[in-house]
Write a protein that binds this ligand. Structure first.
Ligand SMILES: [Zn+2]
Length: 305
């Protein structure tokens, strides 16, 4: 599935603090999600970076991918989450710098953009990855466990020594895109003031502000606007996970249990899953039962990249 037509978004980037203009475009079947840097003047094709776990080059503060020419794009996890959540598996994202805009710190504007142009079915059958046996990735006390399942389920627990968060746990059954939209897509990223100050001093979050993150200090939440959802913190971690796991190139059937996860742990898990053919199998995706209003049943779309 792809989008009906292009839409544009722009805004400041979190890490470099630059302005980023993006254009999200339809793509033919089997394109996958690709990013294209329009600010670089190199020969055609060299500025395309495929959204795939094998292209991940950094996963500390965000997810960053690069192609074989070392041309990169960072902070892709929120738009990847919106694509996965809204079941868009083919799209070309053009941008004029090396980082996606942070927007409001959630996937809300991407979801609105997708809804504003509608979606388009493509003729080729969509594949999905089915997990065949339990796999675990661990780093100290943090872990992600996946078990075989008929569905894509995420049970996520975070634990912070802070009165506004403490332990938060949420189970999300990834089925209808309407659930993703209502429960997950508008949950914002968050940070602690002492970390934010440190990262800003180091120049690592030049674009960070109360407009694109929930910031917590010793007394509580510093933002004037209230939380958008109950358990917004853990739900944002689920948002990130849905985006990162889509770097497998397909959606997935498996039951995930995550304790204090993060980008790096998800990337490690994807490598573990794909390292052994007996861990997984491709199967045809069941027909969609979409509840979006704006759906176009056109068979083919042709856009050159
Ligand atoms: Zn995030």
């Amino acid at each position: 599935m792809t989008i009906n037509k292009s839409f544009n978004l722009s805004g400041i980037t979190l890490h470099s603090g630059k302005h980023s203009n993006i254009s999200v475009n339809p793509a033919p079947a089997d394109t996958g999600i690709v990013f294209k840097r329009n600010d670089l003047k190199v020969s055609h094709g060299d500025t395309i970076i495929k959204a795939n776990y094998q292209n991940v080059i950094k996963s500390d503060l965000c997810t960053k991918i690069a192609n074989k020419n070392n041309i990169s794009v960072s902070t892709i996890e929120h738009i990847m989450s919106a694509f996965h959540g809204m079941k868009i598996d083919n799209a070309i994202v053009e941008l004029d710098t090396d980082e996606m805009p942070i927007l409001d710190g959630s996937a809300d504007e991407y979801v609105r953009g997708i809804e504003s142009v509608g979606v388009k079915y493509l003729s080729s059958k969509k594949k999905i990855i089915r997990i065949l046996r339990p796999i675990i990735s661990r780093n100290n006390e943090s872990y992600i466990k996946v078990q075989p399942s008929e569905e894509f389920q995420i049970d996520y627990t975070i634990n912070y020594d802070h009165q506004s968060i403490k332990t938060q746990q949420f189970s999300f059954n990834f089925d209808q895109e309407i659930d993703y939209k209502k429960i997950i897509s508008n949950c914002r990223t968050f940070g602690f003031k002492h970390e934010v100050d440190y990262l800003r001093e180091k120049g690592l979050i030049a674009g960070g502000s109360f407009d694109n993150a929930i910031v917590l200090d010793d007394h509580g939440i510093m933002n004037k606007n209230p939380l958008r959802q109950e358990k917004e913190f853990v739900k944002h971690k689920i948002l990130d996970f849905i985006g990162d796991i889509f770097l497998l190139g397909s959606s997935i059937k498996g039951s995930f249990e995550i304790y204090k996860g993060g980008h790096r742990l998800t990337h490690d898990l994807m490598k573990s899953i794909m390292s052994d053919d007996s861990n997984w199998i491709f199967e045809d995706h069941a027909p969609y039962n979409l509840k979006l209003e704006n759906i176009d049943y056109i068979e083919e779309v042709s856009v050159a990249i």
